[in-house]
Design a binder for this molecule. Structure first.
Ligand code: F6P
Length: 533
């Protein structure tokens, strides 16, 4: 499905001016306690609704002047122009010479999104129809009990997170498993609870060259063939990839392959056939709601940016607050704490989305960025996190901004739980911001002034999940534009893959190790002498 014709590559100059403006930004130096007490109106002014999301940055160290300055930086960086270029199918991923089309994946039928001279919306909807046919067949087939997604990175994290988030909406008969790690324990624990005759494997790999995925897929294939014979592969395996040739070489008939396109980045791919496991779990209608949710955030971006209303764009505001913390105040990490056990895997998805996209140190022009880019994203659900790392958030020596995500209503209907859960979210936001002085007992002192953003919605539905993910995708985009980097490549993962390819034969061989440095040589020798069967 790749295309040879190139789209317009937008020349982007390194923008030292943007960095200069960013470094000239004057932070707000007042305690959040005072900001809230002196200006209670911020509890309304600093809240926006995007789709079903209530976004609340009133506990962030900003005021009207600073917000205007930050939006000025975003404007100077050309966020609106870059967004328009992405929508126009320009090659805004220049190091891979590719367009960036994840918004096309949720474009409604009848609209158009042109990439390399072709309107891709009809192809996108053709694949969605093929996915729906596979999903309906599996959902209707009473003999199938287990669906196993084999993939890694973007071919795992998005669907794994979404399936777990929407477990309440899932088909009651089907269990969905995710196998990603090349560590055999990962697939072994799944095969141990599945039966070959009632399990379907979805092998998801954009490149179909990822060693972890192919190793796991080979193991799964052997497991099926040993039990049912070669003929069973066709009905037990579905491939999702951009490379039909490699799918065939692997031994899966590419006839039934579900395709996607090189203009879909792995970490932005859950909306494509990569989301097949999610569609099987929640059904084609649920998946369509998921896409429609993301579209609401796309529309917010388009509507506000197309006529320069950056001040009404809540995504730009949140992105710039993130840049304030990272690039101006030097805060090296951000915690994401969903008050929802269902969203336990959201921090992991955001790790890839943000750190693989914006963990870069050179601009599109090849110069050093000049300010810190993506920090570390981490987190666990609340209230669990409160009994683990919140001590550090409240009294540690580093200030770590926190995103608190919560819902007004739970799907479980178990009395007594949800009000308690939500009150904890609010209590943490309050404690972080206001603190509590204790002059006599320093160990009981809470300085406060610790920022948080609240992301709330009525309940966690497919649409709301789509909105949440798209919100973060667009934050990543805006930040990447301001930092002047390519948010859509991932060259930083290549060196380790290449070296692993050289180390593997030496681990299992007995030849000389001259090609390695002394530390690696010693470790290989240790491994050789201790290696099990
Ligand atoms: O190693 C990083 C990466 O390339 C990710 O960007 C991608 O999501 C993942 O590997 C899996 O790649 P593939 O879908 O090609 O197997």
């Amino acid at each position: 499905m790749g295309r040879a014709r190139l789209g317009t590559v937008h020349a982007v100059e390194p923008h030292p001016d943007v960095v200069r403006r960013l470094l000239a930004v004057e932070p707000v130096r007042r305690h959040l306690r005072d900001l809230l007490a002196d200006d209670p109106g911020r509890a309304e002014r600093y809240v926006a609704t995007v789709g079903d999301l209530r976004l609340d940055w009133s506990r962030q160290p900003v005021d009207d002047r600073l917000l205007a300055d930050l939006r000025g930086v975003a404007e100077a960086a050309g966020v609106a122009g870059r967004f328009a270029a992405m929508q126009a199918g320009d090659h805004v991923n220049p190091t891979e010479d590719r367009a960036v089309g994840h918004m096309a994946l949720r474009a409604p039928a009848g609209t158009s999104f042109v990439i390399d001279g072709v309107d891709v919306v009809p192809e996108v909807h053709a694949v969605l129809r093929d996915m729906a046919a596979v999903a309906e067949r599996i959902r209707a087939d009473g003999s199938i009990t287990d669906v196993v997604n084999i993939g890694i990175g973007g071919s795992d994290l998005g669907p794994a997170m979404a399936v777990s988030a929407l477990a309440d909406h899932a088909h009651p008969r089907l269990r969905t498993h995710f196998v990603s790690n090349v560590d055999g324990d990962d697939i072994a624990r799944v095969l141990a609870v599945c039966e070959p005759s009632s399990t379907v494997f979805i092998v998801v790999s954009k490149t179909f060259g990822t060693v972890e995925t192919l190793t796991n897929a080979r193991t799964a294939r052997r497991w099926v063939v040993d039990a049912l014979g070669e003929h069973a592969v066709a009905e037990r395996f579905v491939a999702v990839s951009t490379d039909a040739g490699r799918v065939r070489d692997f031994g899966i008939d590419p006839e039934g392959m579900l395709g996607f396109w090189d203009w879909v980045g792995g970490r932005f791919s859950v909306w494509s056939a990569v989301g097949l496991s999610l569609m099987i779990a929640i059904g084609p209608d649920g998946f369509s709601d998921f896409l429609a949710g993301a579209r609401l955030v796309d529309e917010h971006m388009s509507a506000t940016l197309s006529d320069g209303r950056l001040d009404e764009n809540a995504v730009v505001t949140l992105a710039m607050i993130g840049i304030l913390h990272r690039s101006v105040l030097g805060r090296a990490s951000r915690a994401v704490v969903p008050y929802s056990a269902a969203l336990a895997r959201l921090p992991a998805h955001l790790q890839q989305l943000e750190m693989e996209s914006n963990g870069k140190s050179v601009t599109l022009g090849g110069a050093p960025v000049g300010v810190p880019t993506s920090g570390v994203v981490w987190g666990e659900p609340g209230t669990n996190g409160q009994h683990a790392f919140f001590q550090l958030l409240h009294q540690g020596t580093d200030v770590i901004p926190v995103d608190l995500i919560g819902f007004a209503t739970a799907g479980h209907g178990l009395g007594g739980h949800h009000d308690l859960l939500f009150s904890n979210l609010l209590a943490q936001a309050q404690a972080l911001a206001l603190g509590r002085r204790s002059a006599d007992e320093p160990h009981r002192n809470f300085d406060g002034d610790r920022p948080s953003t609240l992301i709330l919605a009525e309940r966690l539905t497919p649409s709301v999940l789509g909105q949440l993910i798209a919100l973060h995708e667009h934050i990543v985009f805006v930040q990447g534009v301001v930092w002047g980097i390519d948010s859509f490549d991932q060259w930083g993962v290549e060196l380790g893959k290449e070296l692993s390819g050289r180390i593997t034969p030496d681990l299992i061989g007995s030849g000389p190790l001259d090609g390695h440095d002394a530390a690696t040589r010693a470790a290989i020798e240790w491994y050789r002498s201790h290696r099990g069967g």
